[in-house]
Write a protein that binds this ligand. Structure first.
Ligand SMILES: NCCC[C@H](NC(=O)CCC(=O)O)C(=O)O
Ligand SMILES: NC(=O)OP(=O)(O)O
Length: 317
Protein backbone atom coordinates (compact mmCIF):
# COMPACT_ATOMS: atom_id res chain seq x y z
CA UNK A 1 0.00 0.00 0.00
CA UNK A 2 1.44 3.39 -1.01
CA UNK A 3 -1.09 5.74 0.66
CA UNK A 4 -4.29 5.35 2.65
CA UNK A 5 -6.48 8.12 1.28
CA UNK A 6 -9.64 6.12 0.68
CA UNK A 7 -10.96 2.64 1.32
CA UNK A 8 -10.15 1.73 -2.29
CA UNK A 9 -6.46 1.76 -1.30
CA UNK A 10 -7.17 -1.60 0.39
CA UNK A 11 -7.28 -4.22 -2.34
CA UNK A 12 -8.20 -7.25 -0.26
CA UNK A 13 -10.61 -6.09 2.43
CA UNK A 14 -11.13 -9.55 3.99
CA UNK A 15 -7.39 -9.90 4.46
CA UNK A 16 -7.09 -6.45 6.08
CA UNK A 17 -9.97 -7.24 8.47
CA UNK A 18 -8.44 -10.60 9.38
CA UNK A 19 -5.04 -8.99 9.94
CA UNK A 20 -6.59 -6.35 12.22
CA UNK A 21 -8.39 -8.94 14.32
CA UNK A 22 -5.24 -11.03 14.50
CA UNK A 23 -3.23 -8.05 15.74
CA UNK A 24 -5.92 -7.49 18.37
CA UNK A 25 -6.10 -11.07 19.56
CA UNK A 26 -2.42 -11.99 19.43
CA UNK A 27 -1.13 -8.72 20.81
CA UNK A 28 1.74 -9.01 18.37
CA UNK A 29 4.19 -6.17 18.52
CA UNK A 30 6.05 -5.85 15.26
CA UNK A 31 9.22 -3.83 14.96
CA UNK A 32 8.71 -2.80 11.39
CA UNK A 33 8.45 0.86 12.45
CA UNK A 34 11.73 1.10 14.34
CA UNK A 35 13.63 4.26 13.37
CA UNK A 36 10.63 5.58 11.42
CA UNK A 37 8.55 8.66 12.26
CA UNK A 38 4.82 9.31 11.88
CA UNK A 39 3.82 12.98 11.63
CA UNK A 40 0.15 13.77 12.29
CA UNK A 41 -1.44 17.09 11.36
CA UNK A 42 -4.87 17.99 12.74
CA UNK A 43 -6.86 20.82 11.20
CA UNK A 44 -9.85 19.72 13.38
CA UNK A 45 -10.34 18.24 16.87
CA UNK A 46 -9.96 14.53 17.59
CA UNK A 47 -9.81 12.13 20.52
CA UNK A 48 -9.91 8.61 19.06
CA UNK A 49 -8.13 9.11 15.77
CA UNK A 50 -5.31 11.03 17.35
CA UNK A 51 -4.65 8.67 20.25
CA UNK A 52 -5.40 5.31 18.59
CA UNK A 53 -3.17 6.14 15.62
CA UNK A 54 -0.39 7.28 17.96
CA UNK A 55 -0.78 4.08 19.94
CA UNK A 56 -0.74 1.96 16.76
CA UNK A 57 2.41 3.69 15.54
CA UNK A 58 4.16 3.13 18.88
CA UNK A 59 3.13 -0.54 18.93
CA UNK A 60 4.94 -0.81 15.59
CA UNK A 61 8.05 0.83 17.06
CA UNK A 62 7.58 4.26 15.41
CA UNK A 63 8.28 7.72 16.80
CA UNK A 64 5.27 10.07 16.62
CA UNK A 65 5.00 13.85 16.15
CA UNK A 66 1.60 15.54 16.39
CA UNK A 67 0.70 19.08 15.44
CA UNK A 68 -2.58 20.97 15.77
CA UNK A 69 -2.05 22.45 12.34
CA UNK A 70 -5.02 24.80 12.54
CA UNK A 71 -3.75 26.50 15.71
CA UNK A 72 0.01 26.06 15.84
CA UNK A 73 1.11 26.01 12.20
CA UNK A 74 1.22 28.74 9.56
CA UNK A 75 -2.03 29.14 7.65
CA UNK A 76 -1.54 27.04 4.53
CA UNK A 77 -2.30 28.03 0.94
CA UNK A 78 -3.47 25.14 -1.26
CA UNK A 79 -4.35 26.95 -4.51
CA UNK A 80 -1.82 26.57 -7.29
CA UNK A 81 -0.49 29.91 -8.53
CA UNK A 82 -1.99 31.89 -5.64
CA UNK A 83 -0.61 35.37 -5.06
CA UNK A 84 0.01 35.04 -1.34
CA UNK A 85 -0.51 38.62 -0.22
CA UNK A 86 -3.34 37.91 2.23
CA UNK A 87 -3.55 35.73 5.38
CA UNK A 88 -1.91 32.48 4.16
CA UNK A 89 1.78 32.41 5.08
CA UNK A 90 2.95 29.07 3.66
CA UNK A 91 2.18 27.05 0.54
CA UNK A 92 1.45 23.32 0.70
CA UNK A 93 4.29 22.80 -1.83
CA UNK A 94 6.93 23.81 0.74
CA UNK A 95 5.06 22.46 3.79
CA UNK A 96 4.61 18.95 2.36
CA UNK A 97 8.15 18.79 0.99
CA UNK A 98 9.66 19.90 4.31
CA UNK A 99 7.47 17.52 6.36
CA UNK A 100 8.53 14.67 4.08
CA UNK A 101 12.11 15.19 5.29
CA UNK A 102 11.06 14.88 8.94
CA UNK A 103 8.48 12.10 8.61
CA UNK A 104 8.32 8.67 6.96
CA UNK A 105 4.51 8.79 6.95
CA UNK A 106 2.31 11.90 7.09
CA UNK A 107 -1.26 11.64 8.40
CA UNK A 108 -3.77 14.46 8.01
CA UNK A 109 -7.25 15.36 9.33
CA UNK A 110 -9.11 18.09 7.40
CA UNK A 111 -12.91 18.31 7.52
CA UNK A 112 -15.01 19.88 4.75
CA UNK A 113 -16.10 23.51 4.95
CA UNK A 114 -19.66 22.36 4.02
CA UNK A 115 -20.28 25.53 2.02
CA UNK A 116 -18.91 24.81 -1.43
CA UNK A 117 -19.82 21.30 -2.62
CA UNK A 118 -17.45 21.28 -5.60
CA UNK A 119 -14.55 22.47 -3.46
CA UNK A 120 -15.19 19.87 -0.74
CA UNK A 121 -15.53 17.10 -3.31
CA UNK A 122 -12.10 17.96 -4.66
CA UNK A 123 -10.76 16.97 -1.21
CA UNK A 124 -8.04 19.54 -1.86
CA UNK A 125 -6.15 19.27 1.44
CA UNK A 126 -5.76 15.49 1.28
CA UNK A 127 -5.03 15.48 -2.47
CA UNK A 128 -2.46 18.25 -2.08
CA UNK A 129 -0.60 16.41 0.65
CA UNK A 130 -0.60 13.34 -1.57
CA UNK A 131 0.65 15.37 -4.53
CA UNK A 132 3.44 17.28 -2.82
CA UNK A 133 4.60 14.87 -0.09
CA UNK A 134 7.29 12.39 -1.06
CA UNK A 135 6.26 9.93 1.68
CA UNK A 136 2.97 7.98 2.18
CA UNK A 137 -0.09 9.95 3.29
CA UNK A 138 -2.87 8.69 5.58
CA UNK A 139 -6.37 10.15 5.73
CA UNK A 140 -7.46 10.78 9.34
CA UNK A 141 -10.89 12.03 8.07
CA UNK A 142 -11.10 14.31 5.11
CA UNK A 143 -13.82 16.30 3.36
CA UNK A 144 -15.21 13.15 1.75
CA UNK A 145 -14.14 10.10 3.75
CA UNK A 146 -12.93 8.51 6.98
CA UNK A 147 -11.36 5.26 5.79
CA UNK A 148 -9.64 4.35 9.11
CA UNK A 149 -13.09 4.46 10.73
CA UNK A 150 -14.55 2.30 7.95
CA UNK A 151 -11.90 -0.40 8.38
CA UNK A 152 -12.58 -0.35 12.13
CA UNK A 153 -16.32 -0.67 11.51
CA UNK A 154 -15.78 -3.64 9.19
CA UNK A 155 -13.61 -5.32 11.82
CA UNK A 156 -16.21 -4.71 14.53
CA UNK A 157 -19.04 -6.19 12.47
CA UNK A 158 -16.89 -9.16 11.50
CA UNK A 159 -15.99 -9.96 15.10
CA UNK A 160 -19.57 -9.62 16.34
CA UNK A 161 -21.63 -11.13 13.54
CA UNK A 162 -23.63 -14.24 14.45
CA UNK A 163 -24.89 -15.06 10.97
CA UNK A 164 -23.11 -15.43 7.65
CA UNK A 165 -24.88 -12.48 6.06
CA UNK A 166 -26.08 -10.04 8.75
CA UNK A 167 -28.47 -7.19 8.03
CA UNK A 168 -26.77 -3.80 8.56
CA UNK A 169 -28.67 -0.50 8.64
CA UNK A 170 -27.02 2.92 8.43
CA UNK A 171 -29.48 5.38 9.90
CA UNK A 172 -29.38 9.16 9.99
CA UNK A 173 -30.18 10.80 13.35
CA UNK A 174 -30.68 14.45 14.29
CA UNK A 175 -27.88 16.77 15.42
CA UNK A 176 -27.77 20.50 16.20
CA UNK A 177 -24.71 21.16 13.97
CA UNK A 178 -24.02 20.58 10.29
CA UNK A 179 -21.70 17.56 10.12
CA UNK A 180 -19.64 16.09 7.25
CA UNK A 181 -20.78 13.17 5.09
CA UNK A 182 -17.30 11.66 5.45
CA UNK A 183 -18.13 8.95 8.00
CA UNK A 184 -21.32 7.72 6.29
CA UNK A 185 -19.60 7.84 2.87
CA UNK A 186 -16.81 5.53 3.99
CA UNK A 187 -19.21 3.28 5.91
CA UNK A 188 -21.36 2.88 2.79
CA UNK A 189 -18.25 2.07 0.74
CA UNK A 190 -17.09 -0.60 3.15
CA UNK A 191 -20.53 -2.20 3.53
CA UNK A 192 -20.88 -2.41 -0.26
CA UNK A 193 -17.72 -4.51 -0.26
CA UNK A 194 -18.80 -6.86 2.55
CA UNK A 195 -21.12 -9.85 2.43
CA UNK A 196 -23.98 -8.14 4.31
CA UNK A 197 -27.55 -7.09 3.58
CA UNK A 198 -27.09 -3.33 3.70
CA UNK A 199 -29.69 -0.55 3.63
CA UNK A 200 -29.70 3.16 4.51
CA UNK A 201 -32.43 5.10 6.34
CA UNK A 202 -32.58 8.89 6.14
CA UNK A 203 -35.24 11.60 5.86
CA UNK A 204 -36.00 13.05 2.42
CA UNK A 205 -33.30 15.52 1.36
CA UNK A 206 -30.56 13.56 3.14
CA UNK A 207 -29.65 11.03 0.44
CA UNK A 208 -25.88 10.69 0.22
CA UNK A 209 -23.84 11.40 -2.91
CA UNK A 210 -25.34 9.12 -5.61
CA UNK A 211 -21.80 8.14 -6.66
CA UNK A 212 -21.24 6.75 -3.18
CA UNK A 213 -24.74 5.39 -2.58
CA UNK A 214 -24.85 3.59 -5.92
CA UNK A 215 -27.68 1.01 -5.86
CA UNK A 216 -27.89 0.71 -2.05
CA UNK A 217 -31.55 0.81 -1.01
CA UNK A 218 -32.61 3.97 0.85
CA UNK A 219 -35.66 4.08 3.14
CA UNK A 220 -37.22 7.38 4.13
CA UNK A 221 -39.11 5.48 6.83
CA UNK A 222 -36.67 4.56 9.61
CA UNK A 223 -38.92 1.97 11.30
CA UNK A 224 -39.33 0.03 8.07
CA UNK A 225 -35.56 -0.05 7.47
CA UNK A 226 -34.80 -1.25 11.01
CA UNK A 227 -36.86 -4.43 10.70
CA UNK A 228 -34.73 -7.52 11.48
CA UNK A 229 -31.50 -5.49 11.62
CA UNK A 230 -28.50 -7.21 13.23
CA UNK A 231 -26.38 -4.04 13.26
CA UNK A 232 -27.54 -0.43 13.31
CA UNK A 233 -24.97 2.29 12.57
CA UNK A 234 -26.34 5.60 13.80
CA UNK A 235 -24.87 8.82 12.41
CA UNK A 236 -25.88 12.34 11.60
CA UNK A 237 -24.80 14.04 8.39
CA UNK A 238 -25.76 17.32 6.77
CA UNK A 239 -27.66 17.37 3.49
CA UNK A 240 -25.72 16.53 0.33
CA UNK A 241 -28.47 17.69 -2.03
CA UNK A 242 -28.98 21.01 -0.25
CA UNK A 243 -25.30 21.05 0.45
CA UNK A 244 -24.18 21.37 4.07
CA UNK A 245 -27.62 22.38 5.31
CA UNK A 246 -29.60 21.11 8.31
CA UNK A 247 -33.05 20.32 6.89
CA UNK A 248 -34.46 18.48 9.89
CA UNK A 249 -33.89 18.05 13.61
CA UNK A 250 -36.80 15.60 13.85
CA UNK A 251 -36.41 13.84 17.21
CA UNK A 252 -38.50 10.89 15.98
CA UNK A 253 -35.24 9.82 14.25
CA UNK A 254 -33.29 9.78 17.57
CA UNK A 255 -32.19 6.21 18.16
CA UNK A 256 -34.23 5.07 21.16
CA UNK A 257 -35.02 1.87 23.07
CA UNK A 258 -38.28 1.62 21.07
CA UNK A 259 -36.25 1.63 17.86
CA UNK A 260 -34.08 -1.23 19.17
CA UNK A 261 -37.30 -3.23 19.68
CA UNK A 262 -37.90 -3.12 15.93
CA UNK A 263 -34.58 -4.83 15.22
CA UNK A 264 -33.23 -8.33 15.72
CA UNK A 265 -31.73 -7.24 19.08
CA UNK A 266 -29.25 -5.26 16.99
CA UNK A 267 -25.77 -4.18 17.99
CA UNK A 268 -25.71 -0.39 17.92
CA UNK A 269 -22.68 1.36 16.44
CA UNK A 270 -21.50 4.99 16.26
CA UNK A 271 -18.07 6.40 15.39
CA UNK A 272 -18.16 8.78 18.42
CA UNK A 273 -18.26 11.47 19.70
CA UNK A 274 -22.02 11.06 20.14
CA UNK A 275 -24.54 13.61 21.46
CA UNK A 276 -26.48 11.66 24.08
CA UNK A 277 -30.29 11.92 23.93
CA UNK A 278 -30.12 13.74 20.60
CA UNK A 279 -28.47 11.16 18.32
CA UNK A 280 -28.79 8.08 20.56
CA UNK A 281 -30.68 7.83 23.88
CA UNK A 282 -28.92 7.04 27.18
CA UNK A 283 -31.04 3.89 27.50
CA UNK A 284 -29.45 2.51 24.31
CA UNK A 285 -25.89 3.74 24.84
CA UNK A 286 -25.90 2.31 28.38
CA UNK A 287 -27.40 -1.03 27.31
CA UNK A 288 -25.64 -4.22 26.19
CA UNK A 289 -26.81 -3.48 22.63
CA UNK A 290 -24.28 -0.65 22.35
CA UNK A 291 -20.87 -1.67 21.00
CA UNK A 292 -19.50 1.86 20.60
CA UNK A 293 -16.69 1.35 23.12
CA UNK A 294 -15.52 -1.91 21.54
CA UNK A 295 -15.76 -0.18 18.15
CA UNK A 296 -13.54 2.70 19.31
CA UNK A 297 -11.12 0.15 20.81
CA UNK A 298 -10.70 -1.41 17.38
CA UNK A 299 -9.40 1.88 15.98
CA UNK A 300 -5.91 1.00 17.25
CA UNK A 301 -5.77 -2.26 15.30
CA UNK A 302 -7.20 -0.79 12.11
CA UNK A 303 -4.54 1.92 12.26
CA UNK A 304 -1.90 -0.73 12.94
CA UNK A 305 -2.90 -2.67 9.80
CA UNK A 306 -2.65 0.47 7.67
CA UNK A 307 0.64 1.77 9.11
CA UNK A 308 2.18 -1.70 8.96
CA UNK A 309 1.33 -2.04 5.26
CA UNK A 310 2.72 1.39 4.45
CA UNK A 311 5.93 0.63 6.38
CA UNK A 312 6.34 -2.74 4.68
CA UNK A 313 5.96 -1.05 1.32
CA UNK A 314 8.65 1.46 2.29
CA UNK A 315 10.97 -1.44 3.07
CA UNK A 316 10.43 -2.99 -0.38
CA UNK A 317 11.26 0.26 -2.19
N1 LIG B 1 -14.45 11.61 13.58
C1 LIG B 1 -15.71 11.27 13.97
C2 LIG B 1 -16.76 12.28 13.76
C3 LIG B 1 -16.28 13.68 13.49
C4 LIG B 1 -17.36 14.63 13.11
N2 LIG B 1 -18.23 14.86 14.23
C5 LIG B 1 -18.37 16.03 14.81
O1 LIG B 1 -17.79 16.99 14.36
C6 LIG B 1 -19.31 16.10 16.00
C7 LIG B 1 -19.11 17.36 16.76
C8 LIG B 1 -20.28 17.72 17.66
O2 LIG B 1 -21.04 16.86 18.11
O3 LIG B 1 -20.39 18.92 17.87
C9 LIG B 1 -18.16 14.06 11.93
O4 LIG B 1 -19.35 13.83 12.06
O5 LIG B 1 -17.55 13.81 10.86
N1 LIG C 1 -14.37 8.47 15.46
C1 LIG C 1 -13.44 9.45 15.41
O1 LIG C 1 -12.81 9.68 14.38
O2 LIG C 1 -13.25 10.09 16.58
P1 LIG C 1 -12.38 11.40 16.79
O3 LIG C 1 -13.05 12.49 15.99
O4 LIG C 1 -12.39 11.65 18.26
O5 LIG C 1 -11.00 11.15 16.26
Amino acid sequence: MKNYISLSDIENLDLAIAEGLQLKNNNTVANVGKGKTLGMLFFNPSLRTRLSTEKAAKLLGMEVMVMNADKDGWALEFEDGAIMNSNKAEHIKEAAAVLSQYCDIIAVRAFPGLEDKAKDEEDLVMKSFKKYATVPVVNLESATGHPLQALTDAMTITELQKTKKPKVVLTWAPHPRALPQSVPNSFVEVMQRMDVEFVIANPPGYDLNPQVKKDTKVFHNQDEALKDADFVYVKNWSSYENYGKILSEDSSWTFSEQKVQLTNDAKVMHCLPVRRNVVIDDAVLDSPNSVVIQQAGNRTYAAQVVLKRLLENLEIE
